[in-house]
Write a protein of this length. Structure first.
Length: 75
């Protein structure tokens, strides 16, 4: 059974060894990712208004008030 003193000594030794290993890593201002990140969002451009959008929106919206959709507040 390990006693408290041995555990503390081993912990300190591990931290010191890890610190020495980190010192060997060169400083860099670059960010590296493990996987390729790709922009999965839409391209920046002027939005295109689809034909009949307003009519379809008015049909599916719960209710309207002066051109604004009225809906219940989510909780």
């Amino acid at each position: 059974m390990l006693d408290e003193k041995k555990i503390k000594e081993q912990g300190i030794r591990l931290i010191e060894e890890f610190s020495r290993m980190l010192e060997k890593i060169p400083d860099t201002k670059e960010t590296h990712y493990v996987v390729d990140l790709k922009n999965v969002t839409r391209k920046d451009k002027k939005p295109i208004k689809k034909r009949d959008f307003d009519r379809k929106m008015k049909r599916i919206a719960p209710s309207w008030d002066e051109g604004y959709v009225l809906a219940e507040k989510a909780t």
